[in-house]
Design a protein around this ligand. Structure first.
Ligand SMILES: NC(=O)c1ccc[n+]([C@@H]2O[C@H](COP(=O)([O-])OP(=O)(O)OC[C@H]3O[C@@H](n4cnc5c(N)ncnc54)[C@H](OP(=O)(O)O)[C@@H]3O)[C@@H](O)[C@H]2O)c1
Length: 254
């Protein structure tokens, strides 16, 4: 990897976990390319906050559910790298963007299932494939999964199945990309207070209390808890952690 300031590409960096990871990485000396799907002004405010920290950042539009757009997105990343950084590669990829679908296995529609496949499995699979030529050897990839792959809560069957698939993919990516010195890990957050799932974990008092009561550290997760885990996993001191599923849930359902 280059000795220059590292550059992280974060999908879904306009809000929630991606936004906090972007800001936390910037605080620790990393520049950021972040993506947004619809929240352009939120993405612009993240860029401004990163610049206020003295780091460089750009925000690019991306629908992770639209694999046909990834070649054009890779071109946009190439141009951003050239114009903003005078470089042709970045260092870290955080496959984070995503949405939730809450439906029992018996009620999940094909349309809901297909959306989840596109955003949580096909998207990260082919986006990573398209971006790998733009990554430095020695770089890092983090695929965001969920605590819901380890424990089961009714209503998350299809969603958790996609996240389970990404955990398997992580190990194969690690195996195949090791030759380039690229490590690949899964980061699995527990329930965190974001807009995810309509903001239920944050706004539904009963759900919030249930999660807190089932969490060893006695509270629900905050976005910053995950931003900190991302920084730790991308730090030089974590270089030997590879092909692992790291859960950051405060000890949920243990
Ligand atoms: N919060 C939790 O409790 C929790 C727990 C475990 C795992 N996770 C996972 O963590 C990741 C981030 O979730 P979050 O809590 O930060 O959610 P969030 O607050 O709702 O933010 C979602 C982010 O992803 C982007 N996004 C959503 N769908 C997209 C698509 N089709 N294409 C491109 N970007 C898209 C959004 O962009 P716009 O702003 O432009 O819409 C936004 O930046 C997801 O993969 C989620 O499954 C979350």
């Amino acid at each position: 990897m280059s000795t220059q300031t590292p550059i992280a590409l974060i999908t879904g960096g306009s809000r929630g976990l991606g936004r906090h990871a972007a800001l936390k990485l910037a605080e620790h000396g990393t520049d950021v390319i972040l993506t947004y799907r619809s929240a352009q002004s939120e993405a612009a405010s993240v860029v401004a906050a990163i610049e206020a920290l003295g780091r460089r950042a750009v925000a690019l539009p991306l629908d992770v559910g639209d694999a046909a757009s990834f070649a054009a997105f890779a071109t946009a990343v190439t141009e951003a790298l050239k114009h903003v950084w005078q470089r042709d590669r970045f260092d870290y990829l955080l496959n984070n963007a995503g949405m939730g679908v809450h439906a029992l296995v018996t009620d999940t529609t094909e349309a809901q299932f297909d959306d989840l496949v596109d955003v949580h499995l096909k998207g990260p699979f082919f986006l990573t494939q398209k971006l790998l030529p733009l990554m430095n050897d020695g770089g890092r990839i983090i695929n965001v999964s969920s605590g819901l792959t380890r424990f089961a809560l009714p209503g998350y069957g299809a969603y958790a199945a996609m996240k389970g698939a990404i955990e398997v993919l992580t190990r194969y990516q690690a195996k195949e990309l090791g030759a380039r010195g690229i490590s690949v890990n899964t980061l699995a957050p527990g329930a965190i207070e974001t807009d995810f799932g309509g903001g239920a974990v944050r706004d539904n008092k009963e759900l919030n209390q249930m999660v807190a009561s089932q969490t060893a550290l006695g509270r629900v997760g905050q976005p910053d808890d995950i931003g900190g885990a991302v920084v730790a996993l991308l730090s030089p001191e974590s270089r030997w952690i590879n092909a692992q599923r790291i859960e950051a849930s405060g000890g949920m359902f243990v």
